[in-house]
Design a protein around this ligand. Sequence first.
Ligand code: AMP
Length: 325
Amino acid sequence: MKKDLFKKIYKKIKEHETIVIARHIGPDPDAIASQISLRDSIRNTFSSKKVYAVGLGVSRFKYFGTLDKIDDSLLQNPLLIVLDLPNKARVDGVSFDRYSDVIKIDHHPLEDIMGKIEYVDETASSTCELIANLINNTNLKMNKEIAAKLFLGIVADSDRFLVPTTNSKTFNIVSDLVAKYKLNLTELYNKLYERPLNEVKFQAYITLNMTNTENGFAYIKLNNEIIKEYKVDSSTASNMVNNFNYIKGIYSWAFVSYDERQEIYKVNIRSRGPIINEIAMRYNGGGHKLASGARIKSPDDIDLLFRELDEACKEYKNNLDLESK
Ligand code: AMP
C-alpha cells in the first residue's frame, strides 16, 4: 500500500515544473532538514525543475543550508509539498489558496487534510524518516549531504532515539544512511549539540529554579530579564526542553517564554507518560502526544493550562501507584 503512495508522490513531483516545499513556523531541525533534503533530492533528480524550500530561516540551523525566497502569487501551476505540519494555520511562508495540488508528509497525529496526497505516519520518529523512506522507494536521488541532513533530523526529533516512536524501522533507516554514505557521526553531533557555555549556565538556572508539584509536574516561567542576563535568546529555552527528560518523579514539564514581538507566551511542553497534546489543543496549541507546544495571550490561561497538566500527572501517577501494588 505504501508502495502505491510513494508512486503517487513521485508521479506528482514529476508532473510539476515548479515545486514549493514548506513546513511549520518556528522550525526545529526535523522541519528544516526534511525540507532542504527533499528540495535537494528533487533538484538532483530533475535538473530543470524549480524547487524552493521556504519559510523563515533560523541562524542556529544555518548548517542545514539556505532557504529560498519566493512570491507564490507569481508561480505557474506550482506543486506545494508541506512537511512536518499537521494544521494549516501553522504553515510558514505560503498561502494554501494559491496551490491546487498539495502533498502532505508528516508524522504528527492527523489534523487538517491539506491535499489529495497525504503521507502521514504517526508511528514514525520524524519527518526526515519519512523523507528517507520516500527517497529509498522511488527514483529520487540521495547523496552524502542529503543522507547527513536526514540523519540529523531523525536524531534530533527522536531525541537521540529516546522517544517511544523510535523502533526497528528507525534504526534500519539510520543504519543504512550511516553505512552507505559513510557518515562521520562525531562531526555531525558537533553540529547538532555544541552550544555556548552561557546556554549551559542558563540550563542550570532552569534546573535550580523550576517548580515541581507533588503530582510530578515541573514548570518555569522565564522572563526577559533572565534571558538577557544569561545572554541567550527567547528560543533557547525551547531548544533545551528535551534535556529535562527522565527526572525521577517528574512526568510532564513546561517552559514559558514571552515573545515580545508577537506579544504572546510560548509554552513548550514535554511528557514521559501523560498525554499532553489534547490539553495543549485547548490552549491554542497541539503537537505530539508527548511533545507539544502552545501560544497563549493571557497569563491566566497559562495557569489554567498548568492546572490541567498537573491533573494529568496526578492521574498518571495514581495509575502507576495502582499498577505497582
Ligand atoms: P516545541 O515545544 O516548539 O518543540 O513543539 C513541540 C511540538 O508541538 C512540535 O511538534 C510542534 O509542531 C508542536 N507545536 C508547538 N507549538 C504549537 C502550537 N501553538 N500549535 C500546534 N502545535 C504546536
